[in-house]
Design a binder for this molecule. Structure first.
Ligand code: SF4
Ligand code: ZN
Length: 709
C-alpha cells in the first residue's frame, strides 16, 4: 500500500504541473500586464492573499508569486509538510481558475457556479449564526448511481446543510433534474477538482470578513475554520491522488473527509473516515463534524427545510397562485386566552386548493391564534413576520410578502404529493410551538378561502395592523426604558456586539427592538440582553455609560466606547452580515450608501464588496459603517453628523425601497419635500465629479453642512 504522504505529494505535483502550464499559456496569450481577478470580491485571489499575504492583480504578479506557491510543497515528509502541501495545492488550483477568469469574467456561462461573490459570503452570516445552516458539505463525485446522488443531495438539503458539488455528481444531479443554485443551497461549483479553490476562497473570506483574521495569519485561519466553519467532505470512490492532495488541505483546515474508497487509503481518526456504505455518508459525516440537527416533526407530505426558502415556484410549475395583490389575502397572529383555544385545531373554512384546476387562482387568509402566560401582544408582529420563513421552507411552496400583501404558490409536484390548505396550518402550528415554546402554550389555526368572508376579515386584520403601526410610531429611543444588545454573530465575529434600539435595528436587518425584546423573553440567557440607558453622556451622538459598559463586557474587552448615532465618533462595529454599508464621500461632505444586492460601482470608486471590506470583524472604522436598510429612514441615522440629509448617493432599488419613509423623516426634521429625489443613484452617475454637479443642481442640503472631517 502506498503511503498517504506519497499520494498527497503526487497529487500536488499534478496540480502544480497543470497550474504551471496554464499560467505560462495565459501569460503568453494575454501578456504580463493583463488583469487577473475574481469578480465581485475585495479580497483579490483570496487563497493567495490568505496563505502568502500577497495581493495579485495581474498575470505577471501571479507568475511572480508562483515560486512561493511551490515553496509550500516541501517534501521532508513531516506532517506539517503534508498540510502545507494541501494549502499549496489549493493555491495551484487558484492559479488555474484565475487564468480562466482572466480570459473571461464568466468562464462557466451559467453552467457551473465557479467563484462565489463576497455578497454571497456575507449573505450566509445570519443563517449560519442562527443555525439555520448547520454546516457545509463538499461532495466530490460521481456517486455509484444517479438515484444515490439525488438521495444524498436531498438528504443534506432536508437537513439544511449547504451543499457544494464538484465533478461527476453535477451531471447526475442535472439528469435527475434537481434544482440547483445559491438560493436553494445546492451549488454546482465546477466539473474539475481544481474548482475546489472557490470553496476554499469562500471559507477564507468568511474568516477575514466575520473573524477579522488578517492575511498571512496561518494559525488564525486554521483556528477559525476549525472552530467556526462546520464543513466536511464526501469523496466517492475512486479518489484520485489529486483529490487526496486537496483532502490534506481540507483536513488541515479542520474538515474531515468521508469516503468509500479503501484502496491506498489510510484511516485517520476524526480526519479520514472510510464508510463503505455510501448510504450512511450523511450520518457518519454529521457525527464526524459533531453537527446536531434539530428536527421539528411536521405532518406534511413534502420535505421541509430552510434550504427550500430560496426556491422559486414558476407559473408553469404551479398548481395554485394565492395572490394578495389581486384578491383579499392576509396573515395574522393574535393573542387569545388559553380557554379560547383548542390546541392543534386546524380549521379550513371554504374550498380547498383542489377546487381549482392546475395553474388556477384562489384567495386565502389565515389567523394563527396563540395563548401563553408570557405571551405579549407586542410579540404578535415578531411571530407573524416568521410566517414567511415557516411556509417558505416547505418544498414546492413559495411565500412572499407579509400582512395583507402576501403571495403563496403551491407547485404541481407538491399538490400531487398531497399538499393541501390544512398543511399550511400544520406548518404554522408546529413551528410556532417549537420556535416560541417558552412563550406559547397553545395554538390553533383558522384558514379562510371564501371571497366575501375574506373581504370582511381582511378589513379587521388591517385595523390590527394600523393599531400596531401606531404603537410602533410611539416607540422611540427616548420613550423606552431599555435597549437590547445582540451577540448572536459572535459565533463568527467574536468581538462584535449590536446595540438594538427602537430607532436602530440590528445591522443584519433581521433584529428589531421588538425582535430583541421577544428573544430576551424566549431565551432569558440567550443572545439578547437588556441594556439600561440611565447614565446619558451625549444625547446627540448617542452615548450612554451603561451602553459602554455593556459593550465592554459583551465584546470581552475589545471595545470600550460606542456611539449609537455617529459614523465618525466611535461608530458601532460590524460583524460582516450587514444589509448596507455607508461611507463618507469627501467631495460632497456627505455619505453614500450601498446595499449588498448592488453589484455595480459607487462614486467612491468602490463596489459594495470593496466598501464592505473596509469594516467588519467587530472593529471600529470611523467613516464606514454597516447597517440595516430600515435604519436609513430613522431620525437617528447619523444624527451626530446632521442626520439623513448627509445621504448623497444610493442605488436606485434601495432608494425605491426606503424612499417613502425617508421622505417623511426629511420633511419632519428639515422641512424638505421629496428629499429622495435629491439623492443620486447609478442611473445619474458613478463618478464623484458628476455627482457634485447633480447635487449642486438639486441644491442638496449636505453641501451646506459642516465639514465631516
Ligand atoms: Fe448579528 Fe447584530 Fe443581527 Fe444580532 S443584530 S444577528 S449581532 S447582526
Ligand atoms: Zn452578523
Amino acid at each position: 500500500m502506498r503511503l498517504l504522504f506519497d499520494r498527497v505529494f503526487k497529487g500536488s505535483d499534478e496540480m502544480l504541473a497543470l497550474a504551471e502550464r496554464t499560467l505560462d499559456e495565459t501569460v503568453a496569450e494575454l501578456g504580463e500586464s493583463a488583469p487577473v481577478n475574481m469578480p465581485n470580491t475585495a479580497y483579490f485571489l483570496a487563497n493567495h492573499n490568505t496563505y502568502l499575504k500577497k495581493i495579485v492583480r495581474t498575470a505577471g504578479e501571479l507568475k511572480a508569486a508562483f515560486p512561493e506557491v511551490k515553496q509550500w510543497m516541501r517534501r521532508e515528509r513531516r506532517l506539517a509538510d503534508v498540510f502545507n502541501t494541501g494549502y499549496g495545492t489549493f493555491m495551484a488550483a487558484e492559479v488555474i481558475e484565475a487564468c480562466k477568469y482572466a480570459k473571461s469574467p464568466d468562464p462557466y456561462g451559467g453552467e457551473y457556479h465557479g467563484h462565489l461573490s463576497d455578497a454571497e459570503v456575507r449573505e450566509l452570516g445570519v443563517p449560519l449564526v442562527t443555525g439555520d445552516i448547520p454546516g457545509f458539505v463538499v461532495i466530490i463525485g460521481p456517486a455509484p448511481s444517479d438515484e444515490e446522488a439525488i438521495e444524498l443531495i436531498k438528504g443534506y438539503q432536508s437537513r439544511a446543510i449547504f451543499v457544494f458539488l464538484i465533478g461527476g455528481i453535477i451531471d447526475q444531479a442535472k439528469r435527475m433534474k434537481i434544482s440547483m443554485g445559491f438560493p436553494v443551497r445546492v451549488v454546482a461549483v465546477g466539473p474539475d477538482i481544481w474548482q475546489v479553490t472557490h470553496i476554499i476562497s469562500f471559507v477564507n473570506r468568511a474568516a477575514m470578513i466575520f473573524g477579522a483574521i488578517q492575511p498571512g495569519d496561518r494559525e488564525g485561519f486554521d483556528h477559525y475554520t476549525f472552530h467556526r466553519i462546520r464543513a466536511f467532505v464526501n469523496a466517492f470512490d475512486p479518489v484520485t491522488d489529486i483529490v487526496v492532495a486537496c483532502g490534506a488541505g481540507a483536513i488541515a483546515m479542520g474538515f474531515p473527509v468521508i469516503t468509500d474508497d479503501e484502496h491506498d487509503m489510510w484511516k485517520v481518526p476524526k480526519s479520514i473516515i472510510i464508510q463503505k456504505n455510501t448510504r450512511d455518508f450523511i450520518e457518519t459525516s454529521l457525527e464526524a463534524r459533531d453537527i446536531k440537527i434539530k428536527v421539528t416533526k411536521i405532518d406534511i407530505p413534502v420535505s421541509y427545510s430552510s434550504a427550500f426558502e430560496g426556491e422559486i415556484v414558476r407559473r408553469n410549475d404551479m398548481w395554485v397562485d394565492i395572490d394578495g395583490s389581486r384578491s383579499d389575502c392576509f396573515e395574522l397572529v393574535r393573542t387569545r386566552e388559553a380557554h379560547e383555544i383548542e390546541d392543534h385545531s386546524i380549521e379550513l373554512v371554504g374550498p380547498d386548493i383542489d377546487s381549482v384546476e392546475a395553474g388556477g387562482k384562489m384567495p386565502m387568509g389565515y389567523i394563527v391564534e396563540v395563548a401563553g402566560k408570557s405571551m405579549q401582544p407586542d410579540f404578535e408582529p415578531v411571530f407573524e413576520r416568521k410566517i414567511h420563513d415557516f411556509v417558505n421552507r416547505a418544498e414546492g411552496v413559495m411565500h412572499t410578502g407579509q400582512r395583507d400583501i402576501i403571495r403563496i404558490r403551491v407547485s404541481k409536484t407538491a399538490y400531487e404529493a398531497g399538499f393541501r390548505a390544512r398543511h399550511i396550518g400544520e406548518i404554522l402550528y408546529a413551528q410556532m410551538m417549537s420556535q416560541f415554546e417558552s412563550v406559547i402554550d397553545k395554538c390553533q389555526v383558522k384558514i379562510y378561502t371564501v371571497p366575501e368572508q375574506l373581504k370582511e376579515l381582511r378589513k379587521k386584520a388591517t385595523a390590527v395592523y394600523d393599531k400596531r403601526d401606531a404603537r410602533l410610531a410611539t416607540l422611540t429611543d427616548e420613550s423606552v426604558e431599555v435597549f437590547y444588545d445582540c451577540i448572536l454573530c459572535q459565533s463568527f465575529s467574536p468581538a462584535h456586539v449590536c446595540i438594538v434600539t427602537p430607532e436602530r435595528l440590528g445591522l443584519c436587518g433581521a433584529v428589531s427592538w421588538l425582535d430583541a425584546k421577544a428573544t430576551n423573553e424566549l431565551e432569558p440567557n440567550g443572545p439578547c440582553q437588556k441594556v439600561t440607558k440611565e447614565r446619558i453622556v451625549d444625547e446627540n451622538l448617542g452615548i450612554w455609560e451603561d451602553v459602554n459598559e455593556c459593550v465592554h463586557d459583551a465584546s470581552h474587552g475589545n471595545l470600550d466606547q460606542v456611539t449609537l448615532y455617529s459614523i465618525m465618533v466611535d461608530p458601532m462595529t460590524s460583524c460582516g452580515c450587514f444589509e448596507c454599508i455607508c461611507g463618507i464621500e469627501p467631495m460632497s461632505n456627505g455619505v453614500i450608501i450601498v446595499n449588498r444586492e448592488h453589484e455595480g460601482m459607487t462614486p467612491l470608486g468602490m463596489s459594495f464588496s470593496e466598501m464592505a471590506s473596509m469594516t467588519g470583524g467587530g472593529v471600529q472604522t470611523p467613516g464606514f459603517m454597516g447597517h440595516g436598510k430600515q435604519f436609513i429612514s430613522s431620525r437617528k441615522f447619523m444624527r451626530g453628523e446632521g442626520g439623513p440629509a448627509r445621504i448623497v448617493w444610493m442605488p436606485k432599488a434601495l432608494k425605491e425601497l426606503v424612499g417613502p419613509k425617508l421622505d417623511r423623516t426629511a420633511k419632519e426634521i428639515y422641512g424638505i419635500d421629496d428629499f429622495t429625489s435629491m439623492i443620486a443613484d447609478e442611473t445619474v452617475t458613478e463618478e464623484a465629479e458628476v455627482l457634485m454637479e447633480y447635487l449642486n443642481e438639486k441644491g442638496h442640503p449636505a453641501l451646506g453642512m459642516e465639514p465631516l472631517m
